[in-house]
Design a binder for this molecule. Structure first.
Ligand code: GDD
Ligand code: MN
Length: 398
């Protein structure tokens, strides 16, 4: 095997906090690592490497690396790229023979990248390289993610057919429906031209399907500040696009997978809530029923509700928020979480009664529908405030 090829990282798709500098020829960690995913780009690879190098040599000389990740292209793109490394010391090449696909190619590249800023650009010259400087400036201003967008000022597509425009916008609308909290933050969620700060995605397990790596990064990363830079998507001069109907199917699959994994915690929280209802009912019976203890109803209810809250807390602490609570160990910390959880749930109970009255008395809804809506709203309240306050998700930088 040619010694200049980068070894392919091990299976799990996770980017390390930093990559120990080794094979790169510039002697220190570069600021920017830019991935060029390629499949049959023999006609473009030389030009794109040349243009990018010229530009970056001007802008951040000696402070970047280019990483070509090729999926064993039949047209030997990887071999051509490897030959270029003689003239471009900042260029490295990975040749994958087993794994395939655009998104994983980008992640494999980032896994061996040494920069603090991780970027990606198509290798077919459809993404204008001049935008790189603007993207970098946004990152330097503090953005966690800087995206080249066709859908803001300065952006566009050159000669796309009505059908392709329609499909692209349709895909965006579908994304808005399935994953609104992620897709609505991006004017061009389909973009494959962007930069992200390493620390925003380090240690997160990524699992994209298909083409749209940006969605994966925006959904799973710790992304607070998103910057966008307009660009015009150019026509291909050489080679051809690899997009087929398969990419549309994979895109939908990807959206659904993200939806499930983002909602997993909330679904767990709801299941724990249901277990609380069982505990509450059970103790209400044990305490207040004539055939058992026969205590007064209000007193029984207060004890039953409190026991349900403790039940829910334990399940949530050991299950729903396990990843967070294990980073805040100790009995004192747990007790603090329990007290906060208790207070938030009690406030939730008050809200529940208020909402029930509002829906029933003011909006004249059916009382069970009104109660159902009140419970749904209070579940959201409980989830959100407990996430932010009891388990302090922001403090541990989830
Ligand atoms: N390693 C690897 N493996 N690279 C791939 C693969 C793959 O399976 N498939 C495509 N690529 C590379 C191509 O060689 C090219 O450099 C880049 O990924 C984009 O692929 P194209 O096939 O040229 O994509 P496109 O121009 O139709 O689509 C692009 O659509 C967006 C706008 O809607 C996207 O890929 C985006 O990057 C772009 O912004
Ligand atoms: Mn292309």
């Amino acid at each position: 095997m040619n010694p200049s090829l980068i070894p392919i990282p091990s299976k799990i798709l996770q980017i390390p906090d930093f990559y120990p500098p080794e094979s790169i020829n510039i002697g220190h960690c570069p600021k920017l690592s830019l991935i060029l995913p390629t499949y049959n780009e023999a006609g473009n690879i030389k030009d794109i490497v040349e243009v990018l190098s010229e530009l970056l040599d001007d802008y951040i000389p000696g402070n970047y690396e280019l990483i070509v990740v090729d999926d064993n292209s039949p047209d030997y793109t990887w071999k051509l790229a490897l030959e270029l490394t003689a003239n471009y010391p900042q260029l490295r090449v990975m040749r994958r023979t087993e794994e395939k696909g655009l998104s994983t190619a980008v992640i494999r590249g980032w896994q061996v990248a040494q920069g603090e800023i991780l970027g990606v650009i198509d290798a077919d010259l459809q993404h204008p390289p001049e935008i790189l400087a603007k993207l970098l400036q946004e990152m330097e201003r503090g953005a966690d993610l800087a995206v080249a967008s066709r859908h803001i000022e300065g952006g566009g597509v050159s000669e796309w057919s009505i059908i392709r425009r329609f499909l692209s916008r349709g895909a965006q609308m579908l994304g808005l429906l399935i994953l609104p909290e992620v897709i609505s933050r991006l004017s061009d969620p389909m973009s494959g031209y962007f930069m992200v700060r390493r620390r925003a995605i380090a240690q997160k397990t990524l699992s994209p399907v298909g083409y749209k790596i940006l969605i994966e990064v925006a959904a799973r990363g710790r992304i607070r500040w998103i910057a966008e830079v307009g660009y015009v998507f150019r026509e291909r001069q050489d080679g051809e696009s690899k997009v087929t109907w398969k990419q549309y199917v994979e895109y939908i699959q990807h959206l659904l997978r993200l939806r499930l994994s983002i909602s997993a915690r909330f679904i767990q929280f709801c299941l724990v809530g249901l277990s609380g209802v069982v505990v509450d009912m059970g103790f209400l019976y044990l305490l207040s029923d004539e055939t058992t203890l026969g205590l007064p109803l209000t007193r029984s209810k207060i004890i039953a509700a409190e026991l349900a809250i403790i039940n829910n807390f334990l399940w949530n602490d050991y299950w729903t928020f396990r990843d967070i609570s294990c980073r805040q160990p100790g009995k004192r910390q747990r007790l603090k979480r329990l007290i906060k959880f208790n207070l938030i749930c009690l406030a939730g109970l008050v809200l529940n009664v208020l909402f029930l009255n509002l829906f029933f008395n003011v909006f004249n809804l059916n009382r069970y529908l009104a109660n159902f809506l009140a419970i749904a709203l209070v579940t959201l309240w409980n989830f959100w405030f407990n996430l932010k306050l009891s388990w302090r998700v922001t403090e541990v930088d989830q």
